[in-house]
Design a protein. Structure first.
Length: 251
């Protein structure tokens, strides 16, 4: 890797939501290792274990009013600026539509879409005067492709892709790039609330991709770091597929 890549986020300040686990945790570690200052936010208090010089933590539910304002204020207070927002936190409910309650639906939408909207809005307010910034949304191959029993999650990831494109159009003139990643199977804790062995399911499901395996969270973190960097200067409103080829095959 070139020195430019290693130093690409040095001294930049990032917010990462859903930082206690999986992709968010790997992203926090990678950005910090490359010299960024990170505010790591999660509803799970385990996020506090990431605190160290250069990493501040916030225990908060991203779907609740006020959490976006608090995390942006923390970035400014602790590190003096904000350059990068990674909207990564998400929830999933595993039920057929006929069994899904309004509460199930809204619980998923509140985090996966509304939380990303609120955080993007508050981050953009401080990025616009600086005429620079990068927002990266962790979307999914479920932004485009459907899976039975996770309708709310699929709808939320489709909405996140459209939020990405619309926000990219609004913010491009302010020097802020907004992009997303269409992640495929990644071995994380995402499914732990809905099955006994979530990481094991994702590992097995990933074998259906042309690449023959699921990703490690660090592989997605690399793409987030790239999209956050000036090397991605021509990416505007893209949903970059990183799914081991899952979405390009017909089976
Ligand atoms: N794992 C996969 O196969 C996969 C595939 C495609 C996309 N994704 C996306 O990757 C992102 C990260 O998920 P992951 O796979 O690392 O899962 P994960 O469960 O390991 O991590 C998600 C984190 O988000 C946090 N979180 C959930 N709701 C929150 C809320 N309301 N407020 C604050 N924090 C909240 C959780 O506590 C957890 O720490 C999600 O957007 C997910 O949809 C994952």
């Amino acid at each position: 890797m070139s020195n430019k890549a290693v130093n690409e986020v040095k001294d930049k300040v990032a917010i990462v939501t859903g930082a206690a686990s999986g992709i968010g945790r790997a992203t926090t570690e990678l950005l910090h290792a490359r010299g960024a200052k990170v505010v790591a936010e999660d509803i799970n208090p385990e996020v506090e274990g990431l605190a160290r010089p250069g990493v501040a933590t916030l225990v908060a539910d991203i779907s609740q009013d006020g959490s976006a304002e608090r995390v942006v204020a923390l970035a400014l207070e602790r590190f003096g600026r904000l350059d990068i927002l990674v909207n990564n936190a998400a929830r999933i409910v595993y039920k057929p539509v006929v069994e899904m309650t309004r509460e199930d639906w809204e619980w998923v939408m509140a985090t996966n879409v509304t939380g990303a909207f609120l955080h993007s809005r508050e981050a953009a307010k401080v990025m616009i005067p600086n005429k620079s910034g990068a927002i990266i949304n962790v979307a999914s191959y479920a932004s485009y492709f459907a899976f039975p029993t996770i309708a709310a999650y699929c709808a939320s990831k489709g909405a996140l892709a459209q939020l990405t494109r619309t926000l990219a159009l609004e913010l491009a003139e302010h020097g802020i790039r907004v992009n997303a990643i269409g992640a495929g199977d990644v071995i994380t804790n995402l499914l732990n609330d809905i099955m006994d062995d979530g990481p094991g399911f994702l590992r097995e499901h990933g074998k259906g991709a042309p690449i023959g395996r699921a990703a490690q969270p660090e592989e997605i973190a690399e793409i987030i770091a790239f999209l956050a960097s000036d090397r991605a200067s021509f990416f505007v409103g893209s949903v970059v597929m990183a799914d081991g080829g899952y979405s390009v095959q017909i089976k």
